[in-house]
Design a protein around this ligand. Structure first.
Ligand code: FAD
Length: 536
């Protein structure tokens, strides 16, 4: 067992913890960040992937949240243009719809105003004819028109990785697969944590002036102080071929089943995803999976808007489920009033951050690091820490604002255009390094699977630069082969394991256990199909 000492220990490497570690390291705090699994493996890789003002929060009067989220959307589009990009949304209105056209129009004016009219573009009203020109396959029966408005879409898990990597670049110590088992205390006050490296079994104690609990839906379980701050709800998405659904842009719809606002979103490689459900859930975040009912709800809602699609469960390439770490409502009799806001609470010196959204992670982190700075100064009278710089400094790969220039440059050097686009959208300014790696060895220049553009070179890059430690890290979170490929790359998995074994120092036993763990992950994601088959 070894012991280390830091200013700040951040527990939880989702977007919240990664954002806090980056901010703290940039301000000069000696910072450690640990996650019991992979970075981003919790809620932060299972979102709707929207960096959005939150149009539907206008209905609940959360204007402050919309204002803050709209500002953050602008910031993230600037600091990580490869990971956060503008997306236009079509909002169709059918007669009898819960949101009539006048209400939509008023809401969109307010939405643009709360973004200080600095959103990517202003919204526009669409006649029935114009709407059908934009989305020809949408149900025309009873359609009265609608609108187009703008938000942003992101690669949620790569945004987490970008923050972890930048934290490391600024001197932080990030470690995945390190689980906090218990807190160290002096006179009841939390002064560190005992941990286990889940890959080696080694134990470790980290002493810290300040400990932050950023474990999202695990937050109540980790704190164990008898209070419940969370009111988690489960959300599921399904990914389908875009040609089967027939959408052109992103579409905001109100589900005909229960009137909830949902989205159909285009994704790379001719795919679209549909989401999300929103159901009360007291399952452990560790056991979460999409059920047959979740999948059917999403397909029925999409089919009601795209009647000729007639999507069936067989069309689903993959499904993912996440648990929203929402704040418990003040009035438990009104669960609908669950807020997307966040809160920082302190107990025995442990600072916990609960609630919030992916979109607002940066400002949540800034507030938390301000609190940590106050604590550190009070403890040992240090000089004031510099102010937060995370809104100005680009994330790794985000230095070049104009992605088209990067794509052109790669193409001129001989990279196929579609591949150049894929690499630049994944790695931004670091794309040429990945392209060079691919050129260095024909085995690395090959695709991971024939159906997906990701290259084998990306696996090596992920091991060397992005702290990937397992086969699942590589295929599920560093590349998106797992979710975006029918069959999830299972067929290629054995040759992939052989390819990367030397890089990761794996022996035959480890190779076998990695393949078994990957298969288990696939079966967990696919369990809705077994459920559906049993019902048939
Ligand atoms: P997590 O990402 O869950 O991270 C917590 C981490 O703590 C995990 O990685 C876990 O492994 C680790 N951990 C737990 N216990 C321990 C321990 N003992 N030791 C070490 N580590 C531990 N927000 C948006 O802005 N836009 C959206 O489009 C959007 N869509 C969403 C859709 C769905 C279905 C869901 C569920 C959420 C959505 N959200 C969205 C909300 C957003 O995804 C979450 O608010 C955010 O990802 C939470 O991040 P986090 O870091 O707090 O939690």
């Amino acid at each position: 067992m070894t012991a280390e000492s830091v200013d700040l220990l951040v527990i939880g490497g989702g977007i919240t913890g990664a954002g806090i570690a980056r901010d703290a390291a940039m301000r000069g705090m000696r910072t450690a960040l640990v996650d019991k699994d992979d970075f981003g493996s919790g809620t932060s890789s299972r979102s709707s992937r929207l960096v959005h003002g939150g149009l539907r929060y206008l209905e609940t009067g959360d204007l402050k949240l919309v204002f803050e989220a709209s500002r953050e959307r602008r910031v993230l589009l600037n600091i990580a243009p490869h990971l956060v990009w503008p997306r236009s949304f079509i909002f169709p209105v059918h007669s009898g719809s819960r949101v009539p056209r006048w209400k939509l129009s008023a809401g969109l004016w307010l939405y643009d105003a709360l973004a200080l009219f600095r959103n990517v573009k202003r919204h526009e009203s669409l006649s029935k004819k114009a709407l059908l020109r934009a989305e020809p396959a949408i149900r025309s029966n009873d359609l009265s028109g609608g609108a187009r408005y703008w938000d942003a879409q992101c690669d949620d898990v790569r945004l987490v990785l970008g923050n972890v990597r930048d934290a490391y670049r600024h001197g932080a110590y990030p470690a995945n697969y390190v689980r906090v088992d218990a807190f160290e205390r002096v006179d009841g006050r939390v002064t560190g944590a005992r941990m286990t490296d889940r890959l080696t079994g080694e134990t470790l104690t980290v002493h810290a002036h300040v400990v932050v609990n950023a474990t999202g839906p695990w937050s109540d379980a980790l704190r164990q102080d008898g209070t419940r701050l969370l009111h988690p709800t489960k959300g599921v998405h399904v990914l389908v071929p875009r040609a089967r659904l027939g959408n052109h842009e992103a579409v905001t719809l109100t589900s005909p089943i229960d009137g909830r606002v949902m989205f159909i979103l285009p994704w790379s490689h001719d795919l679209s995803y549909i989401g999300t459900t929103d159901t009360e859930c007291d399952e452990s975040p560790d056991d979460l999976r999409a059920t047959a009912d979740d999948v059917i709800y999403l397909l029925r809602s999409a089919n009601a808007f795209y009647p000729s699609a007639r999507l069936q469960p067989d069309d689903v390439i993959s499904a993912w489920a996440g648990l929203r770490p929402l704040l418990r409502p003040r009035d438990p009799t009104e669960p609908g009033k669950v807020s997307r806001e966040h809160q920082i609470v302190e107990h025995d010196g442990l600072l916990s951050i609960v609630g919030g959204k992916l979109t607002t992670y940066r400002v949540m982190a800034e507030q938390m690091v301000n609190r940590v700075a106050e604590h550190l100064r009070a403890l040992d009278g240090r000089d004031p820490f510099p102010p937060c710089r995370t809104a100005e400094e680009p994330l790794p790969g985000g230095e070049a604002r104009d992605l088209a220039v990067l794509i052109d440059a790669l193409t001129e050097e001989g990279t196929d255009r579609a591949l150049a686009e894929h690499l630049v959208r994944s790695y931004g300014g670091e794309a040429p390094a990945v392209a060079r790696l691919a050129e260095s060895d024909p085995a690395l220049g090959a695709r991971i699977t024939p159906q997906h553009p990701a290259l084998r070179a990306e696996l090596i890059h992920a091991i060397r630069r992005e702290m990937a430690l397992t086969l699942t890290d590589l295929l599920l979170r560093r590349t998106h082969v797992f979710l975006e490929t029918p069959g999830h790359g299972l067929k290629q998995a054995p040759e992939i394991v052989d390819l990367i074994a030397d890089e990761l120092g794996w022996d035959a036993a480890r190779k076998a256990s990695e393949l078994a763990a990957y298969l288990q992950e696939v079966e967990r994601h696919e369990s809705f199909r077994t459920e559906l088959a049993a019902r048939a």
